[in-house]
Design a protein around this ligand. Structure first.
Ligand SMILES: Cc1cc2nc3c(=O)[nH]c(=O)nc-3n(C[C@H](O)[C@H](O)[C@H](O)COP(=O)(O)O)c2cc1C
Length: 146
């Protein structure tokens, strides 16, 4: 059977990167990042999770591949962080964070076990088998290391 060409509208991809904040971020600064994320991500049908641990970020973006690449290009250029390393970009069967334009958790500043809104912990949510196994591993290692 012929392999189907990727569909830029209906295909789903996940991207994970890590980066280093240029300074320890305040809650206000994180709020501003999440505000921008919500605006742009809704428009590009992107959902995901931003983790912050002792000056380092790991972010998981999921959505149509073109939207994911576009949002990631903007994020990479943001002067609030550097050492941006793309770790995963691969197709997924369905979303892990469909309800959030960008969920946020920080182990260092705001407590480690904040539950997701459905009562599952963030680790359970990350490990959700519908997504990319590599992405799950990277995110849970980063989260546990906090
Ligand atoms: C760690 C980090 C994560 C970010 N995540 C997103 C994101 O998911 N989506 C997004 O649009 N912008 C995100 N941003 C912000 C963008 O880099 C950029 O500042 C913003 O999109 C600019 O929006 P504005 O010009 O409309 O204010 C992030 C920034 C940082 C530092």
């Amino acid at each position: 059977m012929a392999r189907r060409a990727p569909d830029p509208v209906t295909d789903l991809y996940a991207l994970v990167y890590s980066s280093k904040a240029h300074h320890e971020l305040s809650l206000d600064e994180i709020d501003r990042i999440l505000d921008a994320a919500q605006r742009h991500n809704d428009r590009e049908a992107i959902t995901g999770l931003l983790l912050y641990n002792r000056g380092r970020f790991m972010q998981y973006l999921e959505g149509p591949p073109q939207g994911v690449r576009k949002v990631f290009e903007r994020i990479k250029a943001d002067p609030r962080h550097g050492e941006v390393a793309e770790l995963v970009f691969e197709p997924i069967a369905s979303r892990k964070f469909g309800e959030w334009s960008m969920a946020f958790r920080s182990s260092s500043a705001f407590g480690h076990s904040a539950p997701a809104t459905d009562g599952r912990t963030i680790l359970q949510r990350i490990g959700d088998s519908r997504g990319s196994a590599t992405a799950s591993e990277l995110l849970s290692d980063f989260w546990r290391s906090g």
